[in-house]
Design a protein around this ligand. Sequence first.
Ligand code: EPU
Length: 344
Amino acid sequence: MSENCGMQIESGVSLKPYNTFSLPAVARTLVRVASDADVRRVADHPQLGRAPKFVLGGGSNIILTRDMPQLVLKVEVRGMRLVEERADAWIVEAGAGEGWHQFVAFTLAHGWPGLENLALIPGTVGAAPVQNIGAYGVELQDRFESLDAVDLVTGRSVTLHAPGCAFGYRDSIFKHALAGRSVITRVRFRLPRPWQPVLGYLELERKRAETGIDAPDAQQVFDWVCAIRRAKLPDPAKIGNAGSFFKNPIVTPEQCRDIIGRDPEIVHYPMPDGSVKLAAGWMIDACGWKGKSVGQAGVYEKQALVLVNRGSATGSEVMLLAQAIRESVYGRFGIRLESEPVVV
Ligand code: EPU
């Protein structure tokens, strides 16, 4: 480790503990940033300023296939607080390095509900806007107020609102034009008042019917979401994974009709714009992949959309497995699956 302008520069750092898939990879150089000023110091640094960079959050949405020659910036900005109490909303803020689930629990404990459907999503607050996380009928963009980011080229801090983030389905500008270019340091959420539960999702409706609780409070919804996720998604602390490995593909109604003609059972959801979202997990399952492996990389037994590390998987094994799945889904349904996590 070396000290340079008050900055600790670490060399040869194993990234295995820093990615939820537990894939082996080494960062040649790593710097931890805990504030906007820290990011600015990197941007202004004579050597580091010019080096290509990779921004690492909770490592919950990346597949590491090789050692990292780039400068890895590990975001460790902390702090959670209520920024403003409006008649129509609570505005709450968290540092990008805070754990996402801990933040959701914090907001509920303080009586600021609205994020409960997004409970137990692995990763950090700063990574949440990057892929516009979503679950059980709520997406980050539905609760988003603004975020602060530091531009790695100019060292300038900016505040972006939703239009500037170009949110899409598991997508944002931070996966494209701003990838490796800016570091998100803080994110603010707008939690509408009065609170209204979002219960449209089938599995939540099922919980409501099972328990007979017709008007659940936010804590109840949080508990349901945690129970649903624990029942079918692996805990990254025990089994390495990056959540859904593929996006649910969006097709035209004609393409969907064509597939239904051959596979009437296919799970699909009509979208507001007339297109149709297909359940990738269902298609992968239908191709017989549940429980299968390539080396130490496997398809989770309870949810085929999730690839897992059975112990000592490498990024290459994960990519081989993903490719084989893609080919068989394409062969049977004529659909090309896209990865959800960022492959590095
Ligand atoms: N299905 C199967 N077999 C499987 C997996 C799924 O038949 O092995 C069927 C299910 O029975 C269901 C349908 O496919 O009818 C959809 O499955 P599920 O409800 O589990 O949701 P998903 O489409 O697999 C998406 C998100 C999840 C999110 C859930 C709940 C994506 C790529 N994934 O999963 O997000 O938690 O909906 O909202 O959009 C993530 O992004 O990492 C993630 C976990």
